[in-house]
Design a protein around this ligand. Structure first.
Ligand SMILES: *Cc1c(COP(=O)(O)O)cnc(C)c1O
Length: 353
């Protein structure tokens, strides 16, 4: 693939590590390419970071045809920059594209775009503990017409943001409210796709939970309103009577790469992992009789986020006395060790630039 590169004449100063939040600061450049039906992908380019110019009738602004990904570049102690399972993000983006009638990107082309872009921006990968360069690939339908149909034009963009440590003050277990009104996704809908619309639809429940003093909601399935699906925008796992349980990928759950990696680590270490239906009745029974040992959310941003309290229909249930449990801690240490290159990578998950 031919990528034209136009460097900025006005590079920004690198931010101090303690000023990094999440997704507020962006690097000097961005990658773009366009897709036109019949012609395919064209005009791959790395250009100075800046606003996009979009036609007011562009499909994405009216009908929400947008998908995205999220992954990180990590700086190792030896100064090398590495990615964690980037091919998984590329494959998932193509699955999301298929669901949303957006064009797929050949895997080798997507990987080349990603690695070439990160090479250009690699100096932006911070080195303070827990910090990383967050990469945000996204794609949107870009027909300049109000007709409702699968698009004939799309744009793919890659931007990058140096981000701070998710756990600046240590890993704090969060309080979660079980959502009984709104649903995030339904089977046959777009829950399996990483699309912006899923987030727009889930904001109301998240906002209400925050107003009540909770960090996020635990989603139940949209049909029976009975089976656990995800927590906020993370996958969720529980340790009940020694068994690690996580909802099976039934069509309305986002197939997380952290989820997949954790399952592989747990099986490798000899734990019993079940991907199955987990009903709210089973969970509340385990909370009431004390057999719910640990609970955590998992995703790229936090790696794991221990759940210290669950609230359901006005009742509060502490989990592991509000403390992070040993399995949750082991998973955090194992994954972050591999991601930052602090421990060997027996799984071949990391890709050095
Ligand atoms: C991105 C995302 C996840 C986590 O996926 P990772 O690949 O582990 O980062 C989980 N649930 C939802 C809804 C998501 O959008």
């Amino acid at each position: 693939m031919q990528i034209s590169i136009t460097k900025t004449t006005n590079p920004a100063a690198k931010p101090a590590p303690d000023t990094l939040g999440f997704g507020k600061i962006f690097t000097d450049h961005m990658f773009l390419m366009d897709w036109t039906e019949g012609e395919g992908w064209h005009d791959a380019r790395i250009v100075p970071f800046g606003p996009l110019s979009i036609h007011p009738a562009s499909t994405v602004l009216h009908y929400g045809s947008e998908i995205f990904e999220g992954l990180k570049a990590y700086r190792r102690a030896d100064g090398q920059v590495q990615l964690f399972r980037p091919i998984e993000n590329i494959r998932r983006m193509n699955n999301s594209a298929q669901r949303m009638c957006l064009p797929q990107i050949p895997e080798d082309m997507a990987l080349e775009a990603l690695t070439e872009f990160v090479k250009v921006e690699q100096e932006w990968t911070p080195s303070a503990p827990g910090t990383s360069l967050y990469l945000r690939p996204f794609m949107f339908g870009n027909d300049e017409s109000l007709g409702v149909h699968a698009v004939h034009n799309a744009t793919y963009v890659l931007i990058a943001s140096p981000v701070g440590s998710y756990y600046k003050e240590g890993i704090n277990p969060v309080k979660i409210m079980i959502e009984t009104e709104d649903v995030r996704a339904v089977r046959g809908g777009t829950g399996e796709a990483k699309c912006g619309g899923n987030y727009a639809a889930s904001n109301r429940a998240g906002k209400r939970a925050e107003e009540k003093g909770y960090s996020q909601v635990l989603w139940l399935d949209g049909v029976h309103r009975k089976y656990i699906e995800e927590v906020g925008a993370m996958n969720v796992m529980f340790k009940i009577k020694g068994e690690i349980v996580t909802p099976a990928l039934s069509g309305s759950i986002l197939p997380g790469i952290t989820r997949k990696s954790i399952i592989e680590v747990l099986k490798d270490k000899g734990y019993t992992v079940s991907e199955r239906l987990l009903s709210i009745d089973e969970l509340t029974a385990a909370m009431a009789d004390g057999t719910l040992e640990e609970a955590w959310g998992c995703g790229t941003a936090a790696v794991v986020s221990p759940i210290g309290e669950l609230a359901y229909e006005g009742r509060q249930y502490p989990v592991n006395g509000g403390e992070i449990g040993p399995v949750t801690q082991m998973l955090y240490d194992t994954l972050t060790g591999i991601q930052w290159g602090k421990t060997p990578d027996p799984y071949g998950w990391t890709v050095q630039l």
